[in-house]
Design a protein. Structure first.
Length: 261
C-alpha cells in the first residue's frame, strides 16, 4: 500500500514505521553540506563529490540515528552481508542485515528502490538496494532468506519501499522490459507516452509478497519528478551531469533509543 507519512519533523530523516524497537527512514537532499550537482545531503562517495564533505554528511546521519551507519559497495547483484562482519568499507553487496543494536545498515540510491525490512520480534533488520538488475537477480529473496537464517519470520516482517523512479518515468527498450517481466511480471509498465517501462516499486512489492512479507509500505514518490530527491536519470537528461545519493537506513534500538528517536 502507498503509505508515505510525510516528514516526521526531522530534516535529515523521513521516518517510516517498521515496528517497536526499530528506527527506519529515508533521507532526501535536505540538510547536508554538499554543493553543486550534489547539493544537499549527498551520501555517495563514488559520484565525484568532495570525500570530506560526504564523510561529514555521513557523520550527520550517524548522529541522527545514534549509532555508526554501515554501507557496502553496491554492485547491482544479490549478495547479502550480515554486519558487523569485521570489515569496514570493503563489502561488495546489495543487502545488509544486522541483529545488533550497535550499528545501523543503509543503502544509497538515486533512482533504484531502497528497501528496509524489520522483524521487530526476532530483532532482525535489513537494508536492500533493489535496482532493475538486482530485482531480476533476486536480491530481495536473498535478503529475506538471510533474515530468516538470523531468526526472522517473513509473516512478522514489515517492509518499507522508499522513493524510486516511477514506472511512468523509467523508460527502457522493449527487450529490457520484457527481460524484467520474464522474472517479475508485475514490474512491466508503460510511460505516460505509452513506451516500454519498468515499475520498480510494483516489482519489489510483488516479490516481497511472494517471499511471505505482506506488510509493505510503499513511499510512492518518483525520484525523477521530485527535485527534493536525487535522480541519476534526471541529472543525466537535464544537465548531462552527475548527482548525489540519498539513503534508506534502519537500526534496532537499544535502551533509550537514539537522539530524537
Amino acid at each position: 500500500m502507498v503509505d508515505h507519512p510525510g516528514p516526521a519533523g526531522d530534516e535529515l530523516l523521513d521516518v517510516v514505521p517498521l515496528g517497536p524497537g526499530v528506527l527506519a527512514g529515508f533521507t532526501s537532499r535536505a540538510g547536508g553540506a554538499s554543493s553543486g550537482p550534489w547539493a544537499g545531503l549527498n551520501l555517495g562517495l563514488h559520484v565525484g563529490d568532495d570525500p570530506e564533505v560526504v564523510a561529514a554528511n555521513r557523520r550527520a546521519l550517524a548522529r541522527r540515528v545514534g549509532v555508526p551507519v554501515e554501507y557496502a559497495t553496491q554492485v547491482h547483484g544479490a549478495d547479502v552481508v550480515l554486519v558487523p562482519d569485521g570489515r569496514d568499507g570493503d563489502r561488495r553487496a546489495d543487502a545488509l542485515v544486522t541483529v545488533s543494536p550497535d550499528v545501523a545498515v543503509a543503502v544509497y540510491v538515486a533512482d533504484c528502490a531502497p528497501v528496509l525490512l524489520a522483524d521487530p520480534v526476532a530483532r532482525v533488520v535489513a537494508a536492500v538496494h533493489a535496482g532493475r538488475p538486482g530485482l531480476v537477480a533476486g536480491v530481495l529473496q536473498a535478503a529475506v532468506a538471510a533474515m530468516v537464517r538470523a531468526g526472522a519470520d517473513p509473516a512478522r516482517t514489515v517492509a518499507a519501499v522508499g522513493p524510486c523512479i516511477a514506472g511512468r518515468s523509467y523508460e527502457v527498450p522493449d527487450a529490457m522490459r520484457d527481460d524484467v517481466a520474464a522474472v517479475v511480471p508485475e514490474a512491466a509498465s508503460r510511460t505516460e507516452a505509452g513506451t516500454a517501462a519498468v515499475d520498480l516499486a510494483a516489482g519489489v512489492h510483488a516479490v516481497l509478497r511472494r517471499c511471505g512479507v505482506t506488510a509493505v509500505h510503499v513511499d510512492g514518490r518518483d525520484t525523477y519528478a521530485d527535485p527534493a530527491l536525487y535522480s541519476h536519470r534526471r541529472a543525466t537528461h537535464e544537465r548531462a551531469t552527475t548527482t548525489g545519493r540519498f539513503a534508506g537506513v534502519v537500526r534496532l534500538l537499544g535502551p533509550g533509543g537514539p537522539p530524537g528517536g
